[in-house]
Design a protein around this ligand. Structure first.
Ligand code: SF4
Length: 364
């Protein structure tokens, strides 16, 4: 039987245009962790910037070291070439040293036309982290007020949180159901990644429409977990399918590691901080290798994956630090893995495809 058609996903530029024409403001947000609800309480739409891939990075190269990752290089080039002019503010969470550096470049040197704000998400599980992050989110909200002219009440913030948590639940359901959803990986990721720019209330129906097509049988193919930052260039997903693989578990920073569960506190700021800090283990939040290993192993066990593909952005230090121990630990648990590094500004190399094929052949 032919697979069902995936739900139609509105294009990012259409969503931005629609939001703009209804008088809404826009925030361009860099990776990785932040609270969407804070922006929505200001009637601002957060639209994420993961590069974008495939652009000429030379406009920003003079400000960055040559070993800076493609996400930061592309983002800076995009800002400098006017690609984010539509945004009212640029927000740079301190996801890693490179993003922190980008924040400094934008604040002090390459100054874009719109204000720039940063957000520090604490690393590691410390008792002070929730209080600290709650205060960071409050400070961000005060900064947004200068642009939006809105000071959200706690009730308005709680309503925004409820909308986002409902969409987060839909995303988590999608990720859990992945082995049983009869859609090509490229279609699945197009819908799931629409969370990066669609309002929560528009994303949730798309996710639920996809979930309605769930079938009892698992998707045919060699099941793998995909780990890393972001599936760019997206034709990598086609390469997995061509090699006979199916992605059944997701440990990507843009998706599976942002599977946010609701916070516990009644205070909405602490509630938001708990939600971000309790997300699945992530290199950019300084999670331990043991926690990351246990999480990836669980993903593989729950989904029936036979191998793990680490799909990395070239020069991504936070990810590279973990790899030797992670791969050894997975091997000891009977899970083979491969590391494929790409530059999001370039197309997928033949060498990358060959490595992927070799892994899938070895576990088929
Ligand atoms: S790809 Fe890695 S180094 Fe680059 S911004 Fe993301 S986490 Fe930081």
């Amino acid at each position: 039987m032919a697979p069902p058609n995936p739900p139609l996903v509105p294009r990012r530029d259409e969503v931005i245009r629609r939001h703009r024409s209804s008088g809404g403001r826009l925030a361009a947000v860099l990776p990785i962790h932040y609270s969407r609800a804070v922006f929505r309480a200001h009637r601002m739409l957060p639209v994420e910037v993961w590069g974008p891939p495939g652009i000429d990075t030379s406009p920003g190269d003079a400000h960055l070291q040559s070993y800076t990752c493609g996400i930061v290089r592309s983002s800076l080039a995009f800002v400098l070439s006017g690609g984010l002019d539509v945004a009212d503010i640029i927000v740079v969470p301190h996801g890693c040293d490179s993003l922190q550096g980008l924040g400094s470049v934008l604040l002090d040197f390459a100054k874009p036309r719109q204000p720039v704000a940063t957000l520090y998400v604490p690393r590691g599980p410390r008792s002070a982290s929730v209080v600290f992050l709650a205060e960071e989110l409050r400070a961000l909200s005060r900064r947004l007020s200068e642009i939006s002219g809105i000071e959200p009440t706690l009730d308005e913030l709680r309503q925004a949180i409820a909308r986002e948590e409902s969409a987060d639940r839909a995303l988590a359901d999608l990720l859990d159901a992945r082995p049983h959803l009869p859609f090509a990986d490229a279609d699945f990721y197009r819908v799931a990644r629409a969370r990066e720019y669609l309002p929560a209330e528009d994303f949730e129906p798309l996710a639920r429409a996809m979930l309605a097509e769930r079938v009892a049988a698992k998707r045919p193919g060699i099941p793998v977990v995909l780990s890393g930052l972001v599936p760019e260039p997206m034709n990598f997903l086609g390469a997995v399918a061509d090699a006979g693989g199916v992605i059944v578990g997701d440990d990507l920073a843009c998706l599976g590691r942002r599977r946010y569960a609701p916070g516990r506190s009644d205070d909405p700021w602490k509630h938001l901080a708990e939600s971000l800090l309790d997300a699945p283990p992530d290199s950019t939040r300084g999670s331990s290798t043991a926690d990351r290993l246990a999480w990836i192993e669980k993903l593989a066990t729950d989904s029936g994956a036979k191998a793990v593909v680490f799909y990395l952005v070239k020069f991504c230090e936070p990810e590279l630090f973990y790899l030797p121990q992670l791969r050894q630990g997975l091997e000891e648990r009977g899970l083979k893995s491969v590391v494929i590094e790409t530059d999001i500004a370039e197309s997928l190399s033949h060498q990358a495809v060959t490595r992927l094929e070799a892994l899938l052949e070895s576990v088929s």
